[in-house]
Design a protein. Sequence first.
Length: 479
Amino acid sequence: MTSNIIEFIYQDRIIKVRNPDPNETLLNYIRTKLKKTGTKEGCAEGGCGACTVVLGELKNNEIIYKTINSCITFLPTLQGKQLIIVENLTSANGSLHPVQKAMINFHGSQCGFCTPGFVMSLFSMFKNYTKYEDNIIKDSIAGNLCRCTGYQPIIKAAKSLKNKNKTDYFAKNKKKTIHLLKKINNKSIEIYHKGKKYFAPRYVHELKKILKNNTNSILLSGGTDLSLTVTKERKDINSIIYLNSISELNYIKNNNKYIEVGASTPLIEFENYIRKYYPDFTQILKRYGSVQIRNVATIAGNVATASPIGDSLPLLLSLNAQIVLQEFKKRKILFLDNFFISYRKTKMKKGQFIHSIKIPLFQKNTFKAYKVSKRFDDDISSVCAAFNLEIFKNKVKNVRIAYGGMAAIPKRAFFCEKVLSNSVITSEIIKKARHALERDFKPISDMRASGIYRMEVAKNLLEKCFTEIQQKKLIGVYV
Ligand SMILES: Cc1cc2nc3c(=O)[nH]c(=O)nc-3n(C[C@H](O)[C@H](O)[C@H](O)COP(=O)(O)OP(=O)(O)OC[C@H]3O[C@@H](n4cnc5c(N)ncnc54)[C@H](O)[C@@H]3O)c2cc1C
Ligand code: FES
Ligand code: FES
């Protein structure tokens, strides 16, 4: 069944919007149509968290609460979800939510501009966790910027929540909300609005047909890259095909040889899964944007952007990942090594989409990855590096090294790899390998870093990798 009406839950009611503008942001809708102005606009690019709202989604008969940046969320993607904004936390008789009370008690607000965003991030933490450890608190608010408080009062407010009764209004109303979510959760969307089109299929077979008939449409997953075309470049996107509505593409499979990640799997789910196999992958993803970004952004979206500073890309290159490209009838599998052509250009053709990504499991190897950025959280890399090494008795048997931020595309360090392969690790070899990076890369200078700095960092990360391996006694002391 296809519909041109999007339906979502707001204040315990199903709200229906017929043929909305596919480019309208949720933030705009909240402020101008719902006429609720608690949710603020700071940057309009997902970077400050002032616009944070929470979405309730049904998973295995439970409601999962996710923070998102409403400034970079297109309204139609709300289909089938519950929208919670800061005004909804206060009950009808005016009593505040425990999170709001904590922010007041610990002086977590000064000018107040960032406060609704922080409250929503803490509300989501309150709903999703039972223990509020330091790392959980910091992760939860890493996507919210405050110019005034210096963060400590906000962190104290978050810590104080541990003794609070968790039965809030939303917990009491859970059954009713689940009932409403089930009522609206099952249709594909097709919108036509003043010459603009928006499709949100529910199944891969529907997607294939839509894509075949609309080859000029733009694919939308988490929208954390694409939406900026509208909010920053002020352009319209005339035809959108939304992929995150397809639950068939939201999966992680593992056959002990490789992990396969479906295209619409949010990064937040993947970051938790991959920890067991490649802990450094998780460490990098923890510093990828913010929880708001990772709740919706996908690894497929990251690959498709082909950004030279896309964080997952050097990691996937070093792990020899494969991209499963699907079109109407055919399926192609490409090594990521062969996928990037030039700056933000890939081998993907019109009518194709990334179905999934396959990541081999190297049982015997050591995998290490590093990200260097100006700001620790919520910042794009200046340099990102990944090392996948098979080491036996101080000798490197196999090696794959890849860097981001060092060339127009994420790229392997072939000369450096050549120096290291089949070599016994010595200080002299490391020195040669450092030097070889100069043949591999000629990094540019831009607002994030100078070329000279990037090269020095790349060399130092290589050395850091081997120093850490040595410290873990995977190799003997090299001289
Ligand atoms: C505040 C902020 C912080 C960020 N921080 C980081 C960071 O730390 N590291 C980093 O690497 N990136 C970062 N990004 C960039 C962005 O989050 C990533 O590029 C993200 O992975 C894009 O995924 P998405 O699902 O949101 O893609 P979308 O924005 O939906 O799409 C991006 C592109 O990929 C195409 N596409 C999407 N899915 C598919 C598919 N299945 N098949 C084919 N094409 C597809 C789209 O057409 C579009 O061209 C940040 C962005 C923001 C706004
Ligand atoms: S307004 Fe800054 S993240 Fe949305
Ligand atoms: S209280 Fe002023 S920006 Fe946070």
